[in-house]
Ligand binder design. Sequence first.
Ligand code: G6P
Length: 586
Amino acid sequence: MCSIIGYSGKDDAAPLLVKGLKRMEYRGYDSVGVATESNSKIELKKGVGRVGEVNAKFHLENLPGKIGIGHTRWATHGKVTDVNAHPHPSNSGQIAIVHNGIIENFEKLKNDLKKEGYNFLSETDSEVIANLLQKNYQKSKNVKNTMINTVSELKGHFSFIAMFDNGQLAAARFHEPLIIGVGEKNYVLSSDVLGFIEQTDEAIYIDNGNFVLIDQDKIQIFDFDGKEIKPLITKVSKEFADVYKGDYAHFTLKEISEQSETIFKAGEGTKEAIVETADYLKHAKNIYLTGSGTSYNASLVGKYLLSKYAKIKSESIISSELQFSPDSIEPNSILIAISQSGESADVLEAVNIAKKADCKIISILNSLTSTLARESDIVIGMNCGPEIGVAATKSFTSQLIIWYKIIQELSNEKMEINFQEISGAVSKTLQEHNNIKKIANEIKEISDIYVLGRGIHYPIAIESALKIKELTYIHAEGIAGGELKHGPLALMDSKVFVIIINPEDSTYQDTLTSAREIKARGAKIIGISDKYSDVYDFWIKLPSTNELTYPIAETIPIQLLSYYASLEKDTDPDYPRNLAKSVTVK
Ligand code: G6P
């Protein structure tokens, strides 16, 4: 996944593009580039590295002109090299493009263009867009017709921005996000609101299958057949302004620390959607829960809660797996899709499959303007504010809170859930940070960590292992306590650390027994519990609370441990290698 940005207005384009790209780096950050137009000439600079590095090396922000495009890349087709970085110029140099997505028929297009004499410099699929535009432009000499002809030839998922050396910008959206920030005689085309939020809070969300032409201060939107569409300007949430690290060293730390507050915001203002969801769940024949990564892990918690507290059976399905068993979705069922971004391609594909089976789509979402929001019948908002750190933290606990609210509603509000107490427990576990920092130092050289939990703590163990992997690059695995003796015990020795999630509830004694079995094999034990035991080599204290507060409280120390261990290992917690915040390609 990548971020694209384009600027046309009265200010110098390059510094604004660089700023916007920095904000959107979470979408992909292996290489970066900017191109601008000035005096009918396109100038372009790009290279491998983060925005700050490439800018320091090539002075991207000094490129001249009031019109420009930029890109941060997360490699899919072609290695991470300077040449593969975007923007890509067309052969004539009269057009340059930036692209997010995948052009599925690029090989055929490339071969056809080669036969007509076009050369290709990069290994990317994206470069065909530049040359296809050039070919079509040379024929029609008209940007609108060029766009209509070009998009009709592209297969796959794309949003791209093309800059012509006559100073025009053109951009198209097909299953990848594209938003326009509308300033005073300035337009910013962007993958995300974060690309322009410092300049304006007025935006036009481009619909799927539409393209845009910007010429000086004139903007026109068309569908792919060329029919003009009236632009609809909306105000973006002022929450997006909250995209600064403030006093925090990293977004990840900021986002972990915000959780005592975000607890109160989850589901806020969407009471009706929660009531409606509960009603559907009561009467549904089949209920499927889906998501990717952390959001899938939240679905496992949801499945547990629905079964235990509402006696409702559901099935959790990893979104990317659904395409291989589409028939497992019974017609007229309910699909609850969980996603922070609402843009994960796998989740959208799962939704697509469920829609074909006439399922009701309910989504648990942070980004309420996302594609998933528009594809859903009911939307429940996490409202936890922008999550920039690639590893999901506060969105996970918000997803859990929404599940709590759903089961509370299913109990006709009889079930008491003390959100104040949950928030208090989060604050208390956050105070463990000095202790956790020391433990982070102990695990930095370790190559295997296991996280063990039972019952509702098992999905938390899986999520914890994911956090450790993402942030520290240490191999980690979540284990259901009872499964220890069915395999993982063979791996226990003095080189291994095991995190035991062991609050004093119905799982406590069995999990303590597991801890002793592990300790007897020489592994080191980190106990996360409200009750001290001498079996723990390291103890992270939890506040004593109840079954619904524990999962959230015990999530925090492992997020912090992963964060501090990443610092010990000198890796960047906000932007882990090879990952992207929302993966919009399959
Ligand atoms: C990526 C991110 C994960 C995230 C997953 C699902 O893999 O790196 O942190 O959990 O996508 O994202 P979503 O936006 O759908 O919740």
